[in-house]
Design a protein around this ligand. Sequence first.
Ligand SMILES: *Cc1c(COP(=O)(O)O)cnc(C)c1O
Length: 353
Amino acid sequence: MEIKIIRTNAPKAKPDQNSLGFGQHFTDHMFVMDYNLEKGWYNARIEPFGNLNLHPASTVFHYGAEIFEGMKAYRRPDGEVQLFRPEENMKRMNNSAERLSLPLLDEEFALEALKTFVNMEKDWVPSAPGTSLYLRPFLFGNDETLGVHTIHNAKFVIIASPVGAYYKEGLNPVKIMIETRDVRAVRGGTGYAKCGGNYAASMRAGDRAAAQGYSQVLWLDGVERKYIEEVGAMNVMFLINDTVVTPALTGSVLPGITRKSCIELLKEMNIKVEERLLSVDELSEAVKTGALKEAWGCGTAAVVSPIGELRMDDVKYQIADGGIGKLTQKLYDTLTSIQWGHAEDTHNWTCKV
Ligand SMILES: *Cc1c(COP(=O)(O)O)cnc(C)c1O
């Protein structure tokens, strides 16, 4: 399929690279493609960035038929722009689409569309340390009826936003608390899909934690309320003695690409990694005996986020003396140097656009 290109005749001024924030500025264009049950995907185009015109009965507004992805384009020291494992994002997008009965994408075409789009917006990829161009592909059901049935019409859109460094003054440990009231996902539900609805349902716990001075919640499984699943909207890892333990992908955990990359890097460092169930009781025991050495969250936005304090049953525990563990720092450094092209990419994870 051809991608029609309609250029803006009113390009915007680029924002100051030192105060970008997250998702506040948007580039000059967006990629849009439509879907219809009979026609399949059609009308692929890159057009000036602007509001979408949607029918008030559009499925997405009523039944939450929406999935998304989050990834970044990085400015290399040689000035070129690269993506990090983008084929993984497209694969995951299709897994999410399948779960929500949304139409599947041709992954190769979606990847080509993404690269064409990023190439067009190349000047928007910032170069200040830690900054990047955040890419947000999303797909939603767009039938103009309130009837509840399989999607007949959908849209796939990619927008891009230059974002600032997650940590302005180096890695910064966060405080987290175990969430005992709400659950994020259940097995058999949509936990493994990257869908907007999962986020809507997790805001309340996040707000409550923030009100008590915590930046994230540690989610427990929705069935037994016993096993650790994720931290905020990140995957989570614990260094217990000399083994890294991370919750297994049971269906209610989002299969993070950062998680996957961390596991691969850790194994190369000859560090034992266990993907398994980890109960609060086991974690609590490890905290009390001092077996828990480090803990961190991982995801595209922060890459690696050290956990300095954990609150359980109203008791606060310091992890890694409330600072940044050695392994946490090493993982962060290793991963970010590959992503920004400061180190050789021996894994073939990056691709230039
Ligand atoms: C996106 C996301 C992650 C992290 O995935 P990455 O591919 O590493 O960015 C983890 N948990 C949830 C709930 C997410 O939505």
